[in-house]
Design a binder for this molecule. Structure first.
Ligand code: HEC
Length: 117
């Protein structure tokens, strides 16, 4: 008997969704979004906006970004792996907890997108 491709795909999809579920629930709960928000209001909002929508043209939006990506970029600025004069200075003052909290805060902001008609 040949395997039913639909059953195989849905099983694979289930396994994938399940793994992503574990992955995201762990990464999101790793930081405290409300502590991150407090920190962000003081240290980041002037450029990245109070809700993570950038308020200066050279700064990127952070709202709704994947937390792992945010955390990795902040660690890269801190270590010098990613070079940027301003962000390097800012990231050097952040602890691992700060980074996890900030990533959780920006990731927790709900965004919606609308394609042009
Ligand atoms: C003085 C303005 C300024 C402040 C304050 C600032 N940033 Fe930035 N940030 C920038 C700019 C400009 C870039 C783009 C840097 C580059 O080109 O790599 C950036 C890039 C980033 C990125 C990379 C985003 C991406 O899409 O790769 C992250 C994450 C980030 N900032 C987080 C923060 C956090 C968290 C804080 C507060 C602790 C903060 N920034 C404070 C100006 C600022």
């Amino acid at each position: 008997m040949t395997p039913n491709p639909f059953v195989m795909h849905s099983r694979r999809f289930f396994v994938l969704t399940f793994c992503l579920g574990i992955f995201f629930s762990q990464t999101v709960s790793a930081g405290d979004a409300s502590l991150g928000r407090q920190k962000a209001m003081m240290a980041c909002a002037v450029c990245h906006g109070p809700m993570g929508l950038a308020s200066m043209p050279s700064a990127p939006h952070l709202a709704g970004q994947v937390p792992d990506y945010l955390a990795e970029q902040l660690k890269n600025y801190r270590s010098g792996k990613r070079a940027h004069e301003v962000m390097a200075v800012i990231a050097k003052q952040l602890t691992d907890d700060d980074i996890a909290n900030l990533a959780a805060w920006y990731a927790s902001i709900k965004i919606s997108v609308e394609p042009n008609p």
